[in-house]
Design a protein around this ligand. Structure first.
Ligand code: AMP
Ligand code: MG
Length: 386
């Protein structure tokens, strides 16, 4: 058995190397930037007006001689001479020589003469070129995950597509003779297959193409399914069947397929029977069948393999916690006013607390006695706002 940290080190050392592909802005949320994004021009790109009103030269109260107008989207035909003003609109390019913008609510116009009812201070209501950022500014760094507001800021910088890491095609194989597909009628001694739904959704959010299949606990059928899926996927996630039961065939099939098992069991709860192996540029995670274990192991290790390394942060507990002994633990948790609240589960088969959780508290191995206010590690879950 190896530790969580050692497993993360092994997984990250072998992590997915997809190369780079260009995807349209609107499809890039959740993807990992493969290159730094640099601004080709300053923002704003030119001096412009923050108000509907008048560009004036000089600042002050006037009077100015008013002539002409500048619309947004049209470059001014001439500069502004001293003693002159021009009608201007929000976002319109300022003529050279503009000392201030006088908002129209502070202006009095009498034919071609303009005076200020409230003085226009130098620089007032001028958005200066480059005041947000200069040309060559790093707008985003390689490795960052694209989020929705980035689309607007990168569109404003002229980007229609982004260079992102190409993500793997993933096959998920749920194993177990007890599994029924959701939607089919209940049968005695059977349960509905419930792991793949969340995993498919999370993988698709990351930009993976995903297929899912189900197989009974039968060596030949398991072996046939795995061999076929490996022909077309980059990453295989098997669910269940990797423990020590008489009908757990996944591990032996993967070894027979030539995979090198780099992680066999992890000193963690839940999720001990998790495995990780590689063969050439293909990778395999054997996730435990218990839904809580599968989802926790996926969130920590599979995401790390895909370039979404866990970002452990410290949080203060809203309640005490005590454990006599045992392996390192991940416990669903959520933020409340007093700190981090742990959400108990009845066991690793039960996922009921997860939809309410912001993330996972990571608690150390061995005897643990923590009080209210003690700091623990916390990892946000992919759907968490934290
Ligand atoms: P296993 O890892 O195959 O020993 O399975 C451990 C437990 O998880 C058993 O109670 C299985 O019935 C359950 N299980 C395995 N796979 C799934 C699945 N895809 N969906 C829901 N439960 C599962
Ligand atoms: Mg099983």
């Amino acid at each position: 058995m190896i530790s969580v940290d050692e497993t993360l080190r092994i997984v990250e050392a072998n992590r997915w190397q997809g190369g780079c592909e260009s995807v349209p802005l609107a499809s890039s949320v959740g993807r990992i930037l493969a290159e730094d994004i640099v601004a080709s021009q300053p923002s704003p790109p030119f001096d412009n007006s923050a108000m509907d009103g008048y560009a004036v030269n000089p600042a002050g109260s006037g009077p100015w001689r008013l002539s002409g107008e500048v619309m947004a989207g049209t470059a001014p035909a001439t500069g502004l001479q001293s003693g002159c003003a021009v009608r201007i609109f929000t976002g319109a390019m300022l003529p050279s020589g503009t000392a201030a913008v006088l908002p129209q609510e502070n202006a009095a116009v009498d034919s071609d003469s303009l005076v200020a009812t409230v003085e226009a201070r130098p620089g007032a209501f001028i958005r200066e070129a480059g005041e947000e950022y200069p040309a060559d500014f790093h707008l985003a760094r390689a490795g960052q995950i694209v989020n929705p507001p980035m689309l607007s800021s990168l569109a404003a910088a002229g980007y229609a597509a982004l260079p992102v890491t190409r993500m793997p095609s993933v096959a998920i194989l749920s194993t177990g003779s007890e599994l029924l597909s959701p939607g089919s009628p209940p049968e005695p001694a059977k349960i509905f297959e419930s792991n793949s739904a969340t995993l498919v959704a999370l993988l698709q959010q990351m930009g993976c193409v995903v297929v899912h299949e189900q197989v009974e606990d039968d060596l030949t059928k398991t072996s046939t399914a795995i061999r076929r899926l490996l022909e077309s996927c980059d990453l295989l996630l098997t669910i269940g069947g990797a423990s020590v039961g008489d009908y757990d065939f996944v591990r032996q099939v993967m070894l027979a397929e030539g995979f090198k098992q780099l992680v066999g069991r992890i000193a963690v709860r839940p999720g001990r029977p998790t495995c990780f192996g590689i063969k050439g540029d293909k990778a395999w995670f054997g996730l435990p069948g218990n839904p809580m274990s599968a989802l926790v192991m996926f969130s920590v290790f599979v995401r790390a393999y895909l370039g979404h390394a866990p970002n452990f942060q410290m949080r203060r507990l809203a309640e005490g916690y005590q454990e006599e002994d045992g392996r390192e633990r991940f416990i669903p948790a959520r933020h409340v006013e007093a700190g981090l609240e742990l959400l108990p589960t009845v066991g690793s088969h039960a996922t009921f607390s997860l939809p309410r959780a912001d993330g996972l508290a990571r608690l150390p191995e061995g005897a643990v006695k923590l009080n209210v206010g003690d700091a623990v590690q916390f990892i946000a879950l992919p759907w968490s706002p934290a």
